[in-house]
Write a protein that binds this ligand. Structure first.
Ligand SMILES: *[C@@H]1O[C@H](CO)[C@@H](O)[C@H](O)[C@H]1NC(C)=O
Ligand SMILES: *[C@@H]1O[C@H](CO)[C@@H](O)[C@H](O)[C@H]1NC(C)=O
Ligand SMILES: *[C@@H]1O[C@H](CO)[C@@H](O)[C@H](O)[C@H]1NC(C)=O
Ligand SMILES: *[C@@H]1O[C@H](CO)[C@@H](O)[C@H](O)[C@H]1NC(C)=O
Ligand SMILES: *[C@@H]1O[C@H](CO)[C@@H](O)[C@H](O)[C@H]1NC(C)=O
Ligand SMILES: *[C@@H]1O[C@H](CO)[C@@H](O)[C@H](O)[C@H]1NC(C)=O
Ligand SMILES: *[C@@H]1O[C@H](CO)[C@@H](O)[C@H](O)[C@H]1NC(C)=O
Ligand SMILES: *[C@@H]1O[C@H](CO)[C@@H](O)[C@H](O)[C@H]1NC(C)=O
Ligand SMILES: *[C@@H]1O[C@H](CO)[C@@H](O)[C@H](O)[C@H]1NC(C)=O
Ligand SMILES: *[C@@H]1O[C@H](CO)[C@@H](O)[C@H](O)[C@H]1NC(C)=O
Ligand SMILES: *[C@@H]1O[C@H](CO)[C@@H](O)[C@H](O)[C@H]1NC(C)=O
Length: 860
């Protein structure tokens, strides 16, 4: 941009110098000049308005110094003969403010080209007055913080050949009324239709296939569904087709013809299925083919090897099969990204060692789940590689030394889920210095922890047999963001630097090792920690109060240690804390709070079981745990920690799924992923006394409530019938009295119910879930009667009628959705100790990485 403006200046000088005699007065019309100045004045100049574009600068700021003739101002072009302003390009110009319907912009009715992309129009709507600019052929309002419905009036701009309206965030703009079909109905000259990220939420109109001028369609991330109209593939000029990330969109690939001009075909993360036609080899112009995360099956056609212009071939996660000889692909001279991961592909690696390596540009290679038995030797030739994924293969033995050095620029290496046993030659430190991301988890690595390169941001080695301590050099890894050492045989003390060595550390998982001693107290103010898991170790002492400095913390787990402390009410100030797990420790005393207002406002899961807490149940906390009141079962998002990560000047959002285990009266529930709306209270196996307060009944989001194995007395509060989401209710092994409130029959999702070993009396309610519980739910209450117990009630007429509810047949449907599985049944405290799977799902990370990578590729 700088160079083009310099060029423009030069042009200006030339014109003035040579042609001055021809123009006595300026070309620019006064009213248009005023309109331009007025338009400019309606904005604040703010650098943040164009933060997305590193090359942005305030173009309009130079106008006044560029003379009176607006035709020579930066970003403006005029009609040569008449002098009307016909082009205005103020993209990336730091403009901040809104555009009103009466903006002077709409007086520039001769405009043909208008680009206002990458500014900040302050979340305003796109004014309908754009329809006044009837000469427009080019309209680009991308990434400019316009929001809401795209106005119907744009459908009148019938000369448009380019329409680009990409919102800053998914769904920021909407296209419902008018919908896509109506909007483009009369835009018959359209060549570029780019609406990626706009909330369209409809089928793709078949009329698109009649718009024969179309060259480029980008409708990714638009909520499109239904069958993709095959006729669109026949559009004679089509070069770019991107409909990726529309998870409801179905379709097949057609037989392609020889004259096809497609350069980019991106349909990843849709429901496209069927075979890849052999005629795909006809797409001689194809540069990018992305079918990741679709449902393609059948053999991978060898004709792919004929696509000599291909830069990216992404087949990650389909059902493709066959034997692929890697050699033909390596001959594709422009290939930069190749992904076969997660298919049924058996790679038959044939390479000629004599092959010329200088032509190999491959930068990303994904061969996860490709039945590889060893490290492919052709990697030696790929010295430009940045991303290498060999995860989920059958590679055993030692990790060869050369893997760290064969590429000068390796930044992402995933060797997880193999059978690797050790490092070739003991490795103190990795020779490679470019590595950002290293995943060695789920192997059989038996060694002491290697010291990652200084640059590392992601170091994941869970589920191995690493032993020894954490070397002091880790304190120097100041760029670390995710550190997962969980489920190894590591021991020694946790290094004191753990709380302050890296400002960017977001994930710290040391779960399932043999770490001993106290938890270091160095948690500094302003740290970025979102997850701290220290469970299943031998940690002693108190919880350091400086943990309250972890203001970003969402997940804290110190379960299964020997912590001896009172209840950490002081963590209540952590506004983001959602999961607090203290189970199987030596916490003691009553749960009292401070007088502070802040009592865990966002907590949704609290597990204090198997400790020595005494006193009354914490009524004050039940009243304040307002996040647990939310019972929105529609929300199907899983909890994961996101973090920003800059990779080659690109912002990525790697994520880390939350996983945990909750033990509920012998039923161990493993949550590999946790739904955001999941909510649980487990206070079992303590010494709580007194009555169960009625107020528990306000926590309507609760799915699991376990108060078993305490010394609770009094009745079961009927308010528990309000907890409509409850799936597991365990009040067993207490001293509860009275009868079972019939309100409990309202709990349609209840699958686990246990009130055994109390002093309850009277009839067992009938109907709904109660017909599914067996004896064991009620055992040890000498006064209970009625089915399923053999003891009949003396006067069955006294039985109150069950509460009427809607048809309860949906009951179990949701259980599986909540992702927990019943592992075993048993009784008594401590029957099963939870084993948390350090379950990381990186698919999403990978998608982002690849998606952005492709964007780079396709932009050349
Ligand atoms: C942006 O919008 C906000 C909220 O509507 C308003 O308060 C603010 O003044 C606007 N800023 C500008 C520069 O228009
Ligand atoms: C748009 O055009 C209409 C009719 O031509 C006119 O009345 C209106 O003033 C114009 N709007 C603006 C903002 O110039
Ligand atoms: C446009 O309209 C708004 C409100 O309707 C008004 O505040 C503003 O002064 C008008 N601007 C011009 C240039 O007429
Ligand atoms: C829209 O403008 C942005 C910023 O100038 C540019 O990157 C993008 O390529 C433009 N879109 C089209 C279709 O020209
Ligand atoms: C498209 O043009 C036809 C004929 O001029 C007109 O009847 C129709 O209303 C127009 N559609 C839209 C969406 O403007
Ligand atoms: C597309 O054009 C053909 C021929 O002009 C016409 O028969 C057909 O109805 C059009 N289809 C749609 C969906 O407009
Ligand atoms: C994938 O395709 C198979 C047939 O090949 C079909 O049975 C299956 O339902 C599809 N899966 C999805 C998720 O669409
Ligand atoms: C590749 O192209 C050549 C020449 O066009 C053709 O002879 C050959 O059959 C093609 N190979 C495949 C596998 O389609
Ligand atoms: C590889 O190819 C390049 C250009 O294509 C050539 O300059 C170089 O000499 C070749 N190297 C070998 C080892 O053949
Ligand atoms: C950490 O880095 C500093 C400076 O680079 C170095 O002096 C020190 O020895 C390193 N510490 C460890 C434990 O490696
Ligand atoms: C971390 O905290 C310890 C103890 O307070 C201190 O000695 C050390 O300098 C701190 N390190 C950093 C990087 O701030």
């Amino acid at each position: 941009m700088v160079s083009s403006s310099a060029h423009f200046l030069f042009f200006t000088v030339l014109i003035v110098f040579f042609f001055q005699p021809c123009f006595q007065h300026s070309l620019c019309r006064r009213d248009e000049r005023l309109a331009l100045l007025q338009f400019k004045e309606s904005f604040v100049v703010d650098k943040h308005a164009s933060f997305d574009d590193p090359f942005a600068y305030p173009k309009a700021n130079f106008w006044k110094s560029q003379g009176k003739d607006c035709c020579f101002w930066e970003g403006i072009q005029c009609d040569q003969d008449i002098g009307h302003v016909i082009s205005l390009d103020l993209s990336s110009s730091y403009l901040f403010g809104s555009i009103n319907f009466n903006s002077s912009l709409f007086h520039l009715i001769h405009l043909q080209h208008l680009n206002l992309a990458f500014n900040d129009f302050n979340y305003s709507k796109i004014p309908s007055a754009f329809s006044n600019l009837t000469s427009l052929t080019y309209l680009n309002l991308s990434n400019s913080f316009f929001v809401g419905q795209i106005p119907f009036e744009l459908s009148r701009l019938t000369s448009l050949s380019t329409l680009e309206l990409v919102p800053n965030y998914e769904g920021g703009l909407e296209l419902k009324m008018p919908n896509l079909r109506i909007l483009v109905e009369n835009l018959t000259s359209l060549e570029y239709l780019h609406l990626s990220g706009t909330k369209i939420n409809s089928r793709i109109p078949t009329t698109l296939a009649n718009m024969s001028s179309l060259r480029s369609i980008d409708l990714s991330d638009c909520g499109l569904f239904g069958e993709f109209p095959m006729a669109i593939f026949q559009l004679p000029k089509l070069q770019v087709l991107i409909v990726s990330f529309n998870v409801g969109l179905m379709g097949n690939l057609p037989e392609f013809q020889f004259h096809n001009q497609l350069t980019t075909l991106e349909i990843q993360n849709t429901k496209f299925s069927g075979k890849l036609p052999a005629s795909i080899g006809m797409l001689s112009s194809l540069e990018v083919l992305s079918i990741d995360n679709c449902n393609f099956s059948g053999l991978l056609p060898p004709s792919l090897g004929n696509l000599t212009k291909l830069q990216g071939l992404q087949c990650y996660n389909n059902k493709l099969s066959g034997i692929v000889e890697i050699d033909p692909f390596l001959k594709l001279k422009h290939l930069e990204a190749l992904s076969f991961s997660r298919n049924n592909i058996l790679l038959l690696i044939k390479t000629r060692e004599s092959a010329n390596t200088t032509t190999r540009k491959l930068r990303s290679l994904e061969l996860g789940s490709c039945s590889l038995k060893e490290f492919p030797s052709f990697l030696h030739n790929l010295d430009q590689l940045e991303i290498l994924d060999l995860s989920s293969n059958d590679i055993g033995g030692k990790i060869p030394k050369w893997i760290w050095t064969f590429s000068k620029s390796l930044s992402f290496l995933d060797l997880s889920h193999n059978s690797l046993t050790n490092f070739e030659k003991f490795l103190n430190a990795f020779p490679s210095s470019t590595l950002d991301y290293l995943d060695l988890s789920f192997n059989k690595l038996k060694a002491s922890l290697p010291i990652p390169p200084f640059s590392i941001s992601f170091f994941l080695v869970s589920e191995n047999k690493f032993s020894g301590g954490i070397p002091p050099e880790f304190c120097n890894l100041t760029s670390l963001q995710f550190l997962d050492l969980s489920h190894n045989n590591l021991n020694g003390m946790i290094p004191p630097c753990i709380g302050n060595f890296s400002k960017s550390l977001a994930i710290l998982n040391l779960q399932g090792n043999n770490f001993k001693g106290p938890i270091p107290p160095t948690w500094v103010d302003g740290n970025n920690l979102k997850l701290i898991k220290l469970g299943q170790n031998n940690l002693k002492g108190k919880l350091p109060r400086s943990l309250a400095n972890c203001r970003m913390l969402e997940f804290f787990d110190v379960g299964n240690n020997h912590i001896r402390d009172t209840f950490p009410y002081w963590l209540g100030t952590l506004l983001r804390l959602k999961i607090l797990i203290l189970h199987f420790n030596r916490f003691y005393g009553a749960i009292n709070g401070s007088e502070s207002d802040s009592l865990f406002p966002n907590l949704r899961i609290v597990d204090l079981s198997h400790n020595g807490f005494v006193g009354l149940l914490p009524t004050k906390y039940f009243e304040r745990w307002s996040a647990m009141v939310d019972a929105d079962r529609e929300n199907t998002k899983y909890w994961e920690a996101y973090d920003n990560y800059e990779w080659n000047n690109i912002m990525l959002l790697p994520s880390y799924h939350y996983s945990m285990t909750i033990t509920n009266k012998g039923v161990k529930m493993e949550y590999a992923q946790v739904l955001e709306i999941f909510s649980a209270i487990d206070l079992s196996c303590n010494k709580f006394e007194g009555e169960i307060p009625d107020v528990v009944g306000i926590l309507k989001g609760l799915e699991l409530l376990n108060l078993s194995n305490n010394i609770l007395v009094g009745p079961i509060p009927p308010t528990l019938g309000n907890l409509k989401n409850l799936e597991a209710l365990d009040l067993s092994q207490n001293k509860l009295t009275g009868s079972i409130p019939t309100q409990l029959t309202l709990l349609n999702f209840l699958a686990v119910f246990n009130i055994s070993h109390n002093h309850l009396v009277g009839p067992i309610p009938k109907g709904q879930q109660f017909d599914t519980f067996d004896n064991s739910s009620f055992d040890g209450n000498l006064g209970l009667c009625g089915l399923p117990l053999s003891r009949k009630c003396e006067n069955s007429k006294a039985l109150p009628p069950p509460f009427s509810t809607s048809n309860g047949n949906e009951d179990y449907g949701l259980l599986t959705e909540f992702g927990w599985k019943t592992v075993a049944l048993g009784y008594g405290c401590g029957f099963l100790v939870g084993v948390v799977m350090g379950n990381i799902v990186f698919a999403r990370t990978r998608e982002w990485l690849m998606r952005i990578y492709q964007t780079r590729l396709s932009r050349g």
